[in-house]
Design a protein around this ligand. Structure first.
Ligand SMILES: C[S@@+](CC[C@H](N)C(=O)[O-])C[C@H]1O[C@@H](n2cnc3c(N)ncnc32)[C@H](O)[C@@H]1O
Length: 335
């Protein structure tokens, strides 16, 4: 039976600093031509299109900031997941691992486990290796190159680390071509009693309160991302059941960050820069100009920010930003 619960991912975090990736990532290469053919850019969803267009460095910084902001909530989720796992956890799979902050957190939470971090993007796999090394778990995180749009990714991951006790898919299930097939593959590779955890954003983050920029700017920018189908996904409950998995828990994961948190301005800059890169041509001229003003470097003499971004922007100097976002996490078990 599905238990619906609540958790709040609030509170300051100190993880991840967006270091450059190691040029020597260990990659367990899954034998598909597609594994590298799709390594850069295209990202298709069954119910929407979210192509991380623009600067890959900027996209990676956004993912890292996202992971830092959600670190406390992610830790709470993994604690809840661990409570469902009795045997020692030996093998974990993270599908659509991105910059690898999630895979590193999984390895830290389950110290007896090896974690296969699967992505089709070679640059993301290199970042994963760097994130794992930075977190001190580089010896237990194994990057696996595989395109999850083709069959075989979960099996390739299991070949790298062993039959998984836990498969984790964060912000990625909505991006694959056939989520139902992927969920069936996950069922087939999990050990009996093993768990699936799916995390998805409930929508684009809200980073601009009224009064920042022209009236209604924040709402129009959010609407542009919704129109573009970013992060659109169904309630995965039925697909999880159809794959033969038993739902255990479905929990909302809200996050509100006040202006006092220095990460809010940086996150707003990273998110809106991503929106500008990917959707700028869909915006009204006045909104695009307002967005460009907010993203402009406020004080070039201060040089690049520590995370490598251009420098403190107009946005990062504001003290009236509030970040509101929410996710949903599903946990299910292979009977
Ligand atoms: C939005 S990022 C999420 C990354 C990470 N899980 C996180 O929570 O920060 C989605 C990731 O899934 C990967 N991805 C999307 N479609 C994929 C596919 N068909 N096969 C393998 N990886 C895919 C992308 O390359 C990207 O790194």
């Amino acid at each position: 039976m599905t238990h619906r619960d609540e958790t709040t991912g609030a509170g300051p975090t100190g993880a991840g600093t967006g270091r450059p990736p190691s040029a020597h990532a260990r990659a367990h290469v899954h034998g598909h031509a597609q594994a590298h053919a799709h390594a850069h850019g295209r990202s298709r969803g069954a119910v929407g299109e979210h192509r991380p267009a623009g600067d890959p460095e900027a996209h990676a910084r956004l993912l890292d900031l996202d992971a830092r902001l959600h670190a406390d909530g992610a830790a709470a989720l993994l604690d809840a997941v661990a409570a469902h796992l009795d045997a020692p956890v030996r093998a974990v799979v993270d599908l659509g691992a991105g910059t690898g902050r999630g895979a590193a957190a999984l390895a830290a939470r389950f110290p007896t486990a090896h974690v296969a971090a699967v992505d089709r993007d070679a640059a993301m796999l290199a970042r994963t290796a760097a994130s794992a090394a930075e977190a001190g778990v580089g010896d237990r995180v194994v990057p696996v190159a595989a395109d999850l749009d083709a069959p075989g990714g979960p099996a390739a991951a299991a070949a790298a680390v062993g039959t998984p006790d836990l498969v984790h898919v964060a912000l990625a299930l909505h991006e694959v071509a056939d989520p139902a097939r992927l969920l069936r593959e996950v069922h087939d590779v999990l050990r009996p009693g093993g768990l699936l955890v799916v995390v998805e954003p409930d929508g684009p983050p809200d980073v601009l309160p009224d009064g920042v920029g022209p009236a209604g700017l924040g709402a129009r920018l959010r609407a542009a991302t919704v129109d573009a189908g970013w992060a659109a996904h169904p309630d995965w409950h039925d697909a999880i059941v159809a794959a033969g998995l038993e739902p255990l828990d479905q929990r909302p994961w809200p996050l509100v960050r006040e202006p006092a948190d220095a990460l809010v301005g940086r996150y707003a800059h990273a998110w809106l820069g991503h929106v500008r890169d990917a959707l700028g041509d869909r915006l009204e001229d006045a909104d695009r100009a307002a967005l460009d003003h907010l993203l402009a470097v406020a004080d070039p003499s201060r040089g690049p920010a520590p995370d490598g971004s251009a420098g403190p922007s107009v946005l990062e100097h504001r003290d009236d930003l509030v970040l509101r976002t929410s996710r949903t996490a599903w946990t299910a078990r292979r009977p």
